[in-house]
Design a protein around this ligand. Structure first.
Ligand code: ADP
Ligand code: MG
Length: 787
């Protein structure tokens, strides 16, 4: 697979190809291509590329250090973020740089004695990214950008109203009376020219700047089109104002700028609305913490906290870290981490988790986990990482929009030429060309996918669904079959030993028998193992050569007690024959839906343990819902056939299979896929790895205190099975919205551009239409938030 010459990410789909310095380079997106060209011009290519040895830099001796947070705008893809990171990391004195594409902000840790951070950040400007230092992590800069847009809009409006007044009351009547040269008309033309200039230069500053940037990078964007349109109308009108004898179109310039800026302002509001859920998630981790320093609590930056620091969490505040309560007793709301809506009472010795809210009394806690190791920070990292991925459809749209802009410019030129050719005046021709430039809307194309995805990721992560792989969000919409693991997925996984039976020749006392079984199980993470260890009251004995056969059982060698290898697991694994009595006993247990675990040594069955597990409460309604959605749920279990059948019947499942090893699970999934079905699997990451890897969408449940180590496409951060049908619905809805948006963008341009070219749409109507079109796309994507 090709990888991007800038950011090093794998290029899925067609690369963007640029020839730089007579060499063909491949990029994952236009953003990287642009940044590379700029870096080449600035002689910074080596700075920006991934240096394999660069991490050694961070191992340098600790000196004084300082951290600065900044906002970074102008990034196109995750590659931009890592490219910018590399530029920073390659500066002497910079110890660490982290940039989040999703949140549009970053952090550098640097040595203030060596490096001037302001000038370092300015290096990013050269690549077309705008970095601004933040006093603290906040959205202030984004707000300021929004304020700037508002200011530009107000300038356009204020001057535009006067321009329009002069046109409506004086110039239109005079023009239609055929007066183009009287002193009165000439004076008025100078006046509107003067009024229109600040509209274009101040009101239109942002698109003029954008067009200039694009021109330097030798590309064309939405800004290019609007800038070309307004500048053409303005230049033509200025020419008329100077020479006299014609109609001026300053009214168009004023109206276009005003409507474009109005559209942008509303879009900016829509965009921040789309990021709202994500911002909320990122803000769950407080920036500041009360740390005990010399007997007093002082506010420090949360990420400076270390293990064993004492931290005070005041009522109403969120925990900045994972900590153990030393003093105090308080109700803590952990809903965000566990989904449990009622608060949990915490006392000394209990753990509080980062992001949970302390409700009624202060808690003094001791940090037990690194700031970056908390479940919350793992979650936010995954969310940021996911948002930085680019789905294939987006790459296509990015590429298309650059071609699109050049296409529109060509059509505009042809339009002007056409009108002139058919004998119309320059004024008429310019006006139609301007209409074409202004009416076309590549932004609907570019905006369509990212907005919808941003909204969806925000929503799913808040609900407790982490999407690690964006493509799987798309795939989930088309899933026809979902394979479920039994233990711990459809059942609660909180097992309990309910019966212990020994064969007649087994010489051990019942508690001794349990003791050696528990000793073998001490290295297993399986719910079976935990239940057995919980039941055992005697000390665990040392064992040697412990071995797990996933989906079958465990074994280990005993020196003491039995002096041989003990095996615990399925009957096939034990390789022995139980007595008739044991067999009927086991059968009875299985018929009750209990899991029977056989124990054997010296090629003989020595007994069994029966364990009870309850079906997950939410499982049955969830399976019904899947059926209603015409998705076939299947249970594949490693447990014996009878137990599997009984549990399946309890859950109302018609498709199930017992005695399935992890490999057989994967094999089954593969055979369904070969029949052309899209198959998802829900299981635990340890036991079901082969099946998860084989499935089109893999889902694991991480209800505990960590999500690290989960490699599935999608992680449920709370064990709420209802999230699974919800995910599929959300995925379908997102896909629908994206398709609608893109369909709209195509249809819109296909209709309006020819109309504008034929002169049927005036420039002002064109501006209104275009702004409405992008707002429609924004609004349509935001609909996802409500559902
Ligand atoms: P499921 O598919 O229901 O989740 P697993 O694949 O986890 O079941 O396990 C299948 C069977 O393998 C269990 O029913 C049990 O007989 C055996 N087994 C797995 N792990 C262990 C263990 N740690 N100790 C004893 N038996 C085990
Ligand atoms: Mg399992």
């Amino acid at each position: 697979m090709l990888s991007c010459d800038l950011c090093g990410m794998n290029i899925s789909g067609n690369p963007v190809i640029e020839v730089v310095n007579h060499e063909e380079k491949h990029f994952c997106c236009q953003g990287c291509a642009k940044a590379y060209k700029k870096a080449h011009e600035a002689g910074m290519v080596s700075d920006i590329q991934q240096k394999i040895g660069s991490h050694t830099k961070q191992e340098k001796k600790e000196t004084s250090e300082d951290a600065v947070y900044f906002s970074l705008h102008g990034m196109w893809c995750a590659g931009c973020a890592s490219a910018a990171e590399n530029v920073l990391k390659n500066q002497a004195g910079v110890k660490e740089a982290n940039i989040s594409f999703a949140a549009e902000r970053g952090k550098v840790i640097f040595d203030p004695g060596i490096v001037n951070i302001q000038s370092t950040l300015e290096k990013l400007d050269k690549l077309g990214y705008q970095a601004n230092v933040l006093d603290s992590i906040s959205d202030r800069k984004i707000e300021r950008k929004q304020e700037n847009t508002l200011l530009q809009l107000i300038v356009s409006l204020a001057f535009g109203m006067q321009v329009m007044l002069i046109y409506l009351v004086q110039l239109y009547p005079l023009y239609s009376a055929g007066d183009f040269i009287s002193q009165n008309v000439r004076n008025l033309q100078y006046l509107v020219w003067a009024l229109c200039t600040p509209i274009l230069l101040v009101g239109g500053f942002s698109f003029l700047k954008g067009a200039w940037r694009a021109a330097i990078a030798r590309t064309a964007t939405m800004d290019t089109l609007v800038a070309l349109g307004t500048i053409s109308a303005y230049s033509y009108s200025s020419y008329i104002a100077i020479t006299g004898g014609g109609e001026t179109y300053f009214d168009s310039v004023a109206m276009i700028t005003t409507f474009i800026m109005l559209g942008r302002y509303l879009e900016a509001i829509g965009g921040s609305q789309a990021r709202k859920d994500i911002r909320q998630l990122l803000n769950l981790q407080p920036d500041l913490a009360w740390k005990k320093i010399g007997g007093q609590f002082q506010q420090v930056k949360s990420e400076m906290l270390a293990i064993e620091d004492i931290v005070l969490i005041k009522p109403g505040e969120r925990a900045p870290i994972d900590g153990q309560v030393l003093y105090g007793q308080a109700a803590v709301d952990e809903a965000i981490l566990t989904g449990e809506s009622s608060p949990v009472e915490k006392r000394p010795g209990d753990q509080v988790f980062a992001g949970s809210m302390v409700l009624d009394a202060p808690l003094e806690t001791q940090v037990v986990r690194e700031v970056g190791g908390t479940k919350l920070s793992q979650i936010t990292r995954i969310v940021e990482e996911t948002l930085s991925q680019k789905p294939p459809i987006q790459r296509l749209a990015d590429k298309a929009s650059a071609y699109f802009a050049f296409g529109i410019i060509s059509i505009a030129v042809l339009t002007v030429a056409g009108w002139l050719l058919f004998g119309h005046g320059l004024g008429r021709a310019v006006l139609s060309g301007v209409s074409v430039l202004v009416v076309s809307c590549p932004c609907a194309l570019g905006l369509a996918t990212p907005l919808a995805i941003t909204v969806t990721i925000g929503k799913t992560s808040q609900a407790g669904l982490l999407i690690r792989n964006l493509e799987s969000l798309e795939t989930a919409a088309g899933i026809q079959r979902i394979v479920f693991d039994k233990t711990g997925t459809l059942t609660r996984g909180e097992m309990e030993v309910v019966d212990i039976q020994q064969s007649a020749h087994n010489p051990l006392m019942p508690d001794e028998f349990l003791q050696i079984v528990a000793s073998v199980e001490q290295y297993s993470e399986h719910p079976i193992a935990k239940a057995i260890i919980r039941r055992n009251k005697k000390p665990l004995l040392p064992v040697k050569n412990f071995e797990i056969q996933r989906g079958l059982g465990v074994r280990a060698d005993f020196g003491k007690v039995i002096n041989t290898t003990l095996k615990v697991g399925t009957l096939a694994y034990i390789q022995g024959y139980p007595s008739a009595r044991l067999e009927t006993e086991a059968q009875k247990r299985s018929e009750l839906g209990q899991t029977v675990i056989w124990v054997g040594w010296e090629n003989a069955v020595q007994g069994f343990l029966a364990l009870r597990d309850e079906p997950e409460e939410l499982a049955k309604p969830m399976l019904l819902e899947l059926n209603a959605m015409e998705i076939t749920p299947v249970m594949l279990s490693g447990d014996n056939v009878v137990t599997t059948r009984v549990i399946a019947e309890e859950l109302g499942l018609t498709e199930f299979q017992g005695n399935c090893t992890p490999e057989e699970k994967a094999q089954k999934i593969k055979s369904w896929q070969e029949e052309g079905q899209k198959v998802a699997m829900v299981g635990d990451g340890v036991n079901d790895a082969p099946g998860l890897a084989q499935s089109d969408v893999s889902i694991t449940v991480a209800g505990g205190t960590t999500v690290a180590g989960e490699t599935s496409d999608i992680i449920l951060t709370r064990s709420d099975l209802n999230l699974i049908p919800w995910l599929i619905k959300t995925s379908k809805l997102t896909r629908k919205i994206i398709i609608q948006n893109i369909g709209w963008a195509f249809a819109y341009n296909l209709v309006t551009v020819p109309l504008a070219s034929l002169g049927i749409i005036s420039p002002v109507i064109a501006a209104i239409t275009m702004a409405s079109s992008s707002l429609l796309v924004v609004g349509n994507s935001l609909r996802l938030r409500r559902k």
